[in-house]
Ligand binder design. Structure first.
Ligand code: CP
Length: 336
């Protein structure tokens, strides 16, 4: 019997990134979402990152571009890769870095987000890097900071994770070159994934040949086809002739009960095993933004196998974040 199932909707969040991401001279000021960033700017960020990746290969991994500037990492939600690579990126640009542990901060004692922000700003901060569980929190902060302060979104709720998508595009470009002939498949919990939404914007902006999402009906939002993707519910069909496979974590913390029969069933149908990987092109690369759950969405032999570029993504994150930070603060660099 056919099940009449209506795919869930993404919660509505309609920011106005075009209005605030650039200053009146057309320079990048804040990086809040990929929407509103032109393909030329995306390419400029990736090209700038190339220069910074070579800096991270040197014995002395520092350039003086942000000397005298203060970068504040505001992590309202847990993070391993993003927080630490932003910290390393800021230090390699010679900035002073402050990591605020929001779990022990005054916001837990009833202080409003704006008051916390004003107090940190009073310490002469020049940039806030914001990770928050609420969609739109970095936009809110960007609308309230002093004119000289930049804000970078390090992941907000279900909404966006722009620097993750940029480092993913950077990694794909390093392995595959031109985006136009590529087929890229994003697999798994697309519904709850801010990473998937930012990846869809970045890859469509860069004119990828074909962008696919592969997932059960319950984990794909309504109307996603309008974002320029082909939807597959079958792994064998979805992976056919694919050059890049991006696996996503099941975001249990954002999931209503009943979206999945079980993790075992999900792994059987959608987990990337060596057997399923063979359905893609022989030289396909395997990516995952992390944290990866082995035996849930990916088999260990694939995560650690020769086609995996998962750890390269993490390394590339430093150079891409150096590029995003320096461009937002009006410092070009990357070659110094
Ligand atoms: N990819 C990513 O955002 O990982 P973290 O949650 O560890 O920062």
């Amino acid at each position: 019997m056919a099940v009449n199932f209506v795919r869930p909707k993404i919660p509505k969040f309609t920011p106005d990134p075009w209005a605030i991401q650039f200053d009146q001279h057309g320079n990048l000021k804040h990086l809040l979402t990929i929407e509103g960033i032109s393909p030329q700017w995306i390419t400029r960020i990736l090209d700038t990152a190339e220069g910074f990746v070579s800096v991270t290969d040197r014995e002395v991994k520092k350039v003086p571009l942000l000397r005298g500037r203060t970068v504040v990492n505001l992590c309202f939600e847990s993070s391993t890769r993003t927080r630490t690579t932003f910290e390393l990126a800021a230090k390699r640009l010679s900035a002073d870095v402050l990591n605020i542990n929001l779990a022990t901060s005054a916001t837990k004692k009833g202080e409003s987000l704006l008051d916390t922000l004003r107090n940190i700003q009073a310490m002469q901060a020049d940039m806030f890097v914001v990770r928050h569980e609420q969609s739109g929190a970095p936009h809110f902060i960007a609308q309230h900071v002093e004119p000289h302060v930049s804000v970078i979104n390090a992941g907000d709720g279900w909404h966006a994770h722009p620097t993750q998508a940029l480092l993913d595009a950077f990694t794909v470009r390093r392995h595959k070159g031109d985006f136009a002939p590529l087929r890229i498949a994003i697999v798994g919990d697309v519904l709850h994934s801010r990473v998937a939404r930012s990846q869809i914007h970045v890859f469509n902006s860069l004119n990828v040949g074909e962008l696919r999402v592969i997932a059960p009906r319950t984990l794909i939002p309504q109307d996603i086809e309008h974002m320029g993707v082909r939807v597959f519910h079958d792994m064998r069909a979805g992976l056919r002739d694919v050059d890049v496979i991006i696996m996503l974590r099941l975001q249990r913390e954002r999931m209503d009960a009943g979206l999945l029969p079980s993790e075992e069933e999900f792994y059987r149908l959608y987990g990337l095993t060596e057997e399923k990987l063979a359905w893609a092109k022989p030289d396909a690369i395997v990516m995952h933004p992390g944290p990866a759950n082995r035996g849930v969405e990916i088999e260990s032999r694939v995560a650690d196998g020769p086609q995996s570029v998962i750890l390269e993504q993490v390394s590339n994150g430093i150079g891409v974040r150096m590029a995003a930070m320096s461009l937002c603060m009006g410092r070009k660099g990357g070659e110094s």
